[in-house]
Design a protein around this ligand. Sequence first.
Ligand code: NAD
Length: 360
Amino acid sequence: MKFNIAVLPGDGIGPEVIEQSIEIIMAVGEKYGHKFILTEAKLGGCAIDAYGEPLPSETLELCKNSDAVLLGAVGGYKWDTLPGNKRPEAGLLGIRAGLGLFANLRPAVIYNSLKDASPLRSDIVKDGIDIMVVRELTGGMYFGDRGRKQTNDMGQAAYDTEMYSEFEVERIVRLAFETAMKRKKLLTSVDKANVLESSRLWREVVLKVSADYPEVTLNHMYVDNAAMQLIRNPMQFDVMVTTNMFGDILSDEASMITGSIGMLPSASLGKGTLGLYEPIHGSAPDIAGQDKANPIATILSVAMMMKYSFGLDQIASDIESAVCKVLDKGYRTGDIASPGSNVIGTKMMGCLIKNELLAL
Ligand code: NAD
């Protein structure tokens, strides 16, 4: 099969981790006989330097006309003093909105050989952790009506509005049920229905959609309890689905219990198969250009691309197996190293994973 991939390396360590991911995509093409046509474009700080804006229209057009988008990371000290809507990160919001990506999928996985990296006790993570957080990405409080007003007696007041339509809830919840169907068929919907009206509607829609997925075991959990349960017993979760704001917080919490930001991929999906795939970490300007960045989060984002945009599930799990094999042999980048481990750089990590993949 033939696929067009838009590649946006971005800033800082972005180009370094993308370089290794391209090697993996090329290896996949060679091993499995698919053709990948990669076209690079600028997003973030490098786009500000070249075009004066973080998301040039050429970049958005290219992405819209591709089968998938692979993104490194954006941002850096150089652009830190620009106003909010001119900063590199504004390009990220723009591209997600421009491509209509309403769902963010973030797996939080602890690999057997990296259990020591988790801040949780070993008896809590003994059988590993494998959670998929499905976060609504284009609605809720981050996009709702907001403002300030002056009150007579209490000074300024400010408000942000949490509003969800049945349509918005249904599309993300369906995607979460579909995701659960491909995993352990266990879905936890997280809300605050004991307090918020928007959560009560959320729960009603979840219950309605659940009738179409009788094989999936559904449970509802209040967000405060979910935050606690993620620390107390993370192994109870398979797929979690929640709103934009709750998902923002819970997906960061879930990722931290796995121990390293350099290991975690993400996918942002919309209505069709076009998706945007990126590591959850930023551009790490403190280590940029030093061959120290862990490329695994981006390589695992390629695995998600194979699965969710191209339907190549076997290739996705082969990439994951290649990563596991390299970790099992004791190779580590600095961010996941422990005393006695064999510390290697970005390029070598990419090369070892590629060799394992080709040898499978
Ligand atoms: P960051 O994720 O870039 O870095 C946090 C820490 O983790 C740093 O110490 C860094 O060296 C380390 N780190 C991150 N990724 C790593 C990797 N792959 N391998 C090894 N170590 C890694 O977060 P930050 O420092 O808060 O932000 C830096 C810049 O990135 C800022 O401009 C920020 O706005 C931007 N940012 C971009 C994105 C994105 O592009 N999606 C996300 C978050 C932050």
